[in-house]
Every structure is written in structure tokens, then in C-alpha cells.
Design a protein around this ligand. Structure first.
Ligand code: GUN
Ligand code: ZN
Length: 379
């Protein structure tokens, strides 16, 4: 029986505990705290203490003990950028970004017009994340509102903390996968009011990227964000050089890719910019100035041939950075594999990331990028 302090139930979980007292990039590797014979005390479902097994056993002699031996006890992984509707097409062969979207992604996302299909993939995706130790994620749905309901319902059933939003696109996407500036605004607002702040669920305003939104739609998304500043906003930025050239041709007056967001109120703290590989000096400076979040997607960036994210340079410049698979551009659902890819990508830029830094990115780093580090990401 678990120890009862008044009505409180106490559980003692034993194993190797990994936790962070700070950011190992800026504060050194000693910011990673490893307790070899460790223990975590959980009282009424909440973490109450951590320390050595000996000390916590002595202090809580009647707590219910579960001994995981040499297993590692850590905060769950947080995947800061995914497209759950792309679960079935992960690791699709042989294309670069724009062709990959047209050949594989858009046809698959069309299938989400059927709410039953959306529910089956949402269930499968949540099961996959938990099997990989990913307790939280931030996802794009498709343009179909029911695809947002499906993922929130699947995560709610499992107690996962997630962010999700209706992907908005009103151009350069096939018939059946386009909304309008007005319907994107109306549907997003309705979903936001329905789900934002319910249990562990948060709505995230989601214009896919500049090439698939007209200036009118970007302005509508910017207006919605201004009306709901407590929501995050997610999009893609400077993933491939061909994409950047396309953005330049679609927005000839823009100073750069970031400016196509900035001009419509889509740059700010609480903005999540996926990939962010080929940034200009102005873009880097503006992103740092507003304290926006950059999301590194290393298995996707290598699989789709996008490029090498500058972790060392961007971290040193103080950027807020999260780690993500980018399912289904990714080649794996696993954040462990994603950490390995982040290591390999950094090596190709002459930077060596320590395992403590990689683990921090997949937990605290992603939590900070999602402005949720007061609640998740660390023990
Ligand atoms: N840019 C716009 N949409 C997408 C997407 O679905 N995946 C990736 N990797 N990049 C994108
Ligand atoms: Zn993406």
C-alpha cells in the first residue's frame, strides 16, 4: 500500500535520474544532474521530491516503491514540430520539399476529409509517440477541422499534453485542400474556442507557410493571433533554397522570407518557426530580438535534403530552440534517433554536441520553445 499523508498517496520510483539545473549549452555540462541510485517521490500524481534512493526511502518508509533498476528516469520527450496526418507517408522516397509535398503529402492529407480516417491516424500517432517516450508534441493537422478534433480527442484520452492547429492554405495546393482567408479565420477561431486550455490541450494558430497562403490569409492569421496572444503560432521558415526562391517570387516586395510573416503580424514571441536553416543575418537578428522559437528537425532536414541547421551559432546567439522529428518529412518517430541526427548534423558543421545538450534539447529545450517549461520538460 502506498504511504498516506492525510489523503495523499506517495509513490517512490527508483532508477537513474536525469534532470537539469540549467541550460548545458550556456551553463556548462554540470547543468545536467545525474543521480545514479536515484529516486523520484510522486505525491498525488505530482512530483514532490528527487534525490538518492537511500535518502528518499529513509524519509518515506511507507511509500509504495517501484524499482526500475538501472533504467533512466527522465522527463518525457517533447516533439516540437510534427504533422500527425503524415504518419502513413513517413520516409517517402526520392523527392525534395516542393515535389515531396505535391507527390506524397497533399494526396495523403486529402484523405483526412474523412473524419473516420483522421481518427484512426490520430489514434495510431498518439500510440506511436508514447511507445517512443514522447509524452508531448506540437502538431499540424490538415485543413479539415475534424482532423483537429481527432488529434485533440486522441491525446485527451491518453492524458498527453499537446498543441495542435488547423493547417491553413488558400493557394498552391490542390482542389479539396484549400480554404479561404475567411474560412481559415472562422474555422481556426471556432477550434481555438473549443479546445484551447481544455485539460492539457492548447490550440496553435497554423498558417502552413507563405507559399500556400495569400497575403489576405496571412493577414487573417495575424489578426487572429493578435486577438489571442496567449496562443502559439506555428509555420515553416527557410527550409530549402528552392522554397526561398519561390517565396521571393511570390512576395517580391518582402525583404526576405521572414518578412513575409512579419508584414502580416506573424512574427513574435510565441511564434514557432520550423527548420530555419538558410537564415540571413537580418532574419537571425529579428528572430532573436523578438525571442521567437526555432525548431530543429534534423532527420527531416537530411532526409528531404534541406540543409544543416546551425545549432552552435544559433544557441550561442541566444535563440530559443526546440527539437522535433517533423513527422512525416522525418525518417523516424523517435526523439532518441532525432538526437543522434542532431549530433550528426552538428558534426557536419564542425560542432560537437554533448549527449547532455541533446537530451536537454529534446526535453527542456522543446518545453522552452513551446513556453511550457514551467509545467513540463524537467523533473
Ligand atoms: N513546408 C510546408 N509544409 C511542409 C511539410 O508538411 N513538411 C515539411 N518538412 N516542410 C513543409
Ligand atoms: Zn513541418
Amino acid at each position: 500500500m502506498a504511504e498516506q499523508c492525510g489523503a495523499l498517496m506517495a509513490d517512490l520510483i527508483l532508477g537513474q535520474v536525469l534532470t537539469f539545473t540549467g541550460d548545458p549549452f550556456s551553463q556548462g555540462l554540470s547543468a545536467a544532474r545525474h543521480i545514479s541510485d536515484g529516486a523520484v517521490l510522486v505525491v498525488d500524481g505530482k512530483i514532490a521530491a528527487l534525490g538518492t534512493a537511500t535518502a528518499l526511502r529513509a524519509a518515506h518508509p511507507t511509500a509504495k516503491v517501484t524499482d526500475y533498476g538501472r533504467a533512466l528516469i527522465s522527463a518525457g520527450f517533447i516533439d516540437a514540430h510534427v504533422h500527425y496526418p503524415q504518419t502513413a507517408i513517413i520516409a517517402s522516397w526520392g523527392k525534395r520539399l516542393i515535389d515531396w509535398l505535391n507527390a506524397y503529402t497533399f494526396p495523403e492529407e486529402m484523405r483526412f476529409a474523412d473524419p473516420a480516417y483522421a481518427r484512426s491516424v490520430a489514434d495510431r500517432y498518439c500510440g506511436l509517440t508514447l511507445a517512443h517516450g514522447t509524452t508531448s508534441f506540437c502538431t499540424y493537422a490538415t485543413i479539415h477541422p475534424a482532423s483537429v478534433d481527432a488529434i485533440f480527442e486522441a491525446a485527451q484520452t491518453r492524458g498527453q499534453r499537446i498543441w495542435a492547429g488547423k493547417t491553413c492554405m488558400d493557394r498552391n495546393a490542390p482542389e479539396g485542400l484549400r480554404d479561404t482567408a475567411q474560412s481559415a479565420y472562422d474555422d481556426s477561431q471556432r477550434l481555438l474556442e473549443k479546445w484551447h486550455g481544455v485539460d492539457r490541450l492548447s490550440y496553435v494558430i497554423t498558417p502552413r507557410f507563405s507559399p500556400t497562403s495569400t497575403p489576405e490569409q496571412l493577414a487573417a492569421m495575424g489578426a487572429l493571433w493578435a486577438e489571442h496572444p496567449d496562443c502559439l503560432m506555428q509555420t515553416h521558415l527557410s527550409e530549402q533554397t528552392d522554397e526561398i526562391a519561390w517565396v521571393k517570387s511570390l512576395f517580391p516586395a518582402a525583404r526576405d522570407y521572414l518578412d513575409t510573416y512579419e508584414a502580416f503580424g506573424l512574427l513574435g514571441k510565441g511564434g514557432l518557426y520550423g527548420h530555419a536553416i538558410h537564415l540571413t543575418e537580418r532574419e537571425k537578428a529579428r528572430l532573436a530580438e523578438v525571442d521567437a522559437s526555432l525548431i530543429h528537425c534534423p532527420t527531416s532536414n537530411t532526409f528531404i535534403g534541406s540543409g544543416l541547421f546551425d545549432m552552435g551559432g544559433l544557441k550561442a546567439a541566444g535563440h530559443r530552440i526546440g527539437l522535433a522529428t517533423d513527422t512525416g518529412g522525418a525518417s523516424s518517430f523517435s526523439m532518441l534517433r532525432t538526437m543522434a541526427a542532431a549530433y550528426e548534423v552538428a558534426q557536419l558543421r564542425g560542432q560537437a554536441l554533448h549527449p547532455a545538450q541533446l537530451w536537454w534539447l529534446a526535453t527542456v529545450g522543446s518545453a522552452r520553445a513551446l513556453h511550457a517549461d514551467a509545467k513540463i520538460g524537467n523533473i
